[in-house]
Design a protein around this ligand. Structure first.
Ligand code: NDP
Length: 479
């Protein structure tokens, strides 16, 4: 029998992007060759090599920091906030104009479905630049002073390449800092397209510098003596290494690290809506989300009902070509990440949890993992404690709100949480007791530039977004 969910293919055209065979570094407003070696970036959905990208050496990073320092001293820190805002507005508008191109390129290099890059990532990227453009001439009303820090060194991961770039660059520039940013090794292409957008916007040379490379390039930025501020998003392990590297210096640091969020469903929740929220919480962006709802805590009395509705819903998820407009779940970003997801899933089974994967045909090339749920998970299981960073959900049950709070907080992380209930009073009481930076009520994975984002404990420190996000890029009200 034909499934009622069969769709004809609806591929987005690739013709809108122009991928060059090779890319240099973006330093002082120009693309330069760099003195290091190069690496390949591949399409994770097909394993096709997309381009050869320069790997910035220590000397290249030094050139980029020098360019950022010159631009800071001579131009950017001297410019009025209103003038800086004009550049940010211009960048925001160009991002909107070139939105389709950015979305297609992001999906090709990262593996995420086009409907997410087109409808979530790129619009929020533009919104960030618009939002912080609005702050540039009003800094003294924000409460953190209006003195920039200087040169910001920024290192970002591969899960939201362009969005993380926007979270880092927009507030830094609005506050009068200049930046040297390193995109992740597996997803450099949209950052390099953003560099072209900076040229198109006539941004003064050196205000934004993009240096591509791997961990060593990131280390060179973080440890460069002329960098005043380090902003990092990525794994807790590298975050800790960065905290050690800057200890004893006067560099200001913000770290946005991992998570193991609890998505808590009470028995009075609207269950179909909750199931949509569970799916969005863990399968959005293939689960490559630091604030993913990767631990489902469901009240025991509705656990069977929720699980049966969840499995029915998961069976309708369309896994495959990221450029197909009907695709819900795209490719895993890299072979390394796929190996990690497989390994932790096998550990989950070996430790006694019950594994169920949505029935779906996975493409033969590329990196794929079927949406998977584990039931019978206990708090001792590694899949309940460690960040899997893939489309894998661990389900635990609870009987009382206090038990839910205890289980939710029983993690080294504290980035986000979700609460599903009909009762407003219960939402407020849960929000007061959950140790998480962001708590969603009857929704999940909602991002807005006006809202601060950040974590407790091993999820890092500092806040990005909103008025609070300005603090990370200013010297403070007393200076
Ligand atoms: P990393 O933390 O290694 O990568 C984040 C960024 O830091 C990348 O640009 C990376 O470069 C760079 N980097 C790596 N080592 C250093 C260093 N010593 N100093 C400065 N910069 C460095 O994450 P991975 O990509 O290796 O992913 C590993 C795991 O981390 C994932 O499986 C996932 O669990 C978690 N993760 C969490 C994220 C989050 O937002 N919470 C985001 C990404 C990963 P390079 O491009 O070479 O990797």
């Amino acid at each position: 029998m034909t499934s009622p969910f069969e769709y004809a293919p609806a591929p987005e055209s690739r013709a809108v992007v122009d991928i060059k065979p090779s890319y240099g570094l973006f330093v002082n407003g120009e693309f330069v060759d760099g003195s290091g070696t190069s690496f390949k970036t591949v399409n994770p959905a097909t394993e096709e090599v997309l381009a050869e990208v320069a790997e910035a050496s220590d000397a290249d990073v030094d050139e980029a920091v020098k360019a950022a320092r010159r631009a800071y001293t001579r131009v950017w820190s001297r410019m009025s906030g209103a003038e800086r805002a004009k550049y940010l507005y211009r960048i925001a508008r160009i991002i909107q104009e070139r939105g389709r191109e950015l979305a297609v390129l992001e999906s090709i290099d990262n593996g995420k479905p086009i409907k997410e890059s087109r409808d979530v990532d790129v619009p929020i990227v533009a919104a960030h630049f618009f939002y912080y453009a609005g702050w540039a001439d009003k800094l003294k009303y924000a409460g953190y002073g209006d003195t920039p820090l200087g040169v910001a060194g920024q290192v970002i991961p591969w899960n939201f390449p362009l969005l993380m770039l926007a979270w880092k660059i927009a507030p830094a520039l609005a506050c009068g800092n200049t930046v040297v940013l390193k995109p992740a090794e597996t997803t450099p292409l949209t950052a390099l397209l953003f560099a072209e957008i900076c040229q198109q916007a006539d941004l003064p040379p050196g205000v934004v510098n993009i240096v591509t490379g791997a961990g060593a390039t990131g280390r060179a930025i973080v440890s460069h003596p002329d960098v005043d501020k380090v902003a990092f998003t990525g794994s807790t392990e590298v975050g800790k290494a960065i905290a050690r590297a800057v200890a004893g210096t006067d560099k200001k640091v913000t770290l946005e690290l991992g998570g193991k969020a609890a998505n808590i469903v009470f028995d009075d929740a609207p269950l179909d809506q909750a199931v949509e929220g569970i799916v969005n919480g863990i399968f959005f962006n293939q689960g490559h989300v630091c604030c993913a709802g990767s631990r489902l805590l469901v009240q025991e009395s509705v656990a069977d009902e929720v699980m049966s509705r969840l499995k029915r819903r998961m069976a309708t998820l369309r896994v495959g070509d990221p450029l197909d407009k009907n695709t819900d779940v795209g490719a895993i970003n890299s072979a390394e990440q796929l190996a990690k997801i497989r390994e932790l899933s096998e550990i989950g089974e070996a430790e006694g949890a019950e594994r169920w994967s949505a029935p779906c045909e996975l493409p033969s090339n590329g990196y794929w993992f079927a949406p998977t749920v584990f039931t019978g998970v206990t708090q001792a299981h590694r899949i309940a404690r460690e960040e899997i960073f893939g489309p894998v959900l661990s389900v635990l049950t609870f009987r009382t709100p206090s038990e839910a709070v205890e289980k939710a907080n029983n993690t080294p992380f504290g980035l986000s949480a979700g609460v599903w209930t009909d009762k407003g009073s219960r939402i407020l009481s849960m929000a007061n007791r959950l140790r998480a930076g962001v708590i969603w009520a009857n929704t999940f994975n909602k991002f807005d530039p006006t809202s601060p984002f950040g974590g407790y404990k091993e999820s890092g420190y500092g806040r990005e977004g909103g008025r609070h996000g300005l603090e990370a890029y200013l010297k403070g009200a007393d200076n």
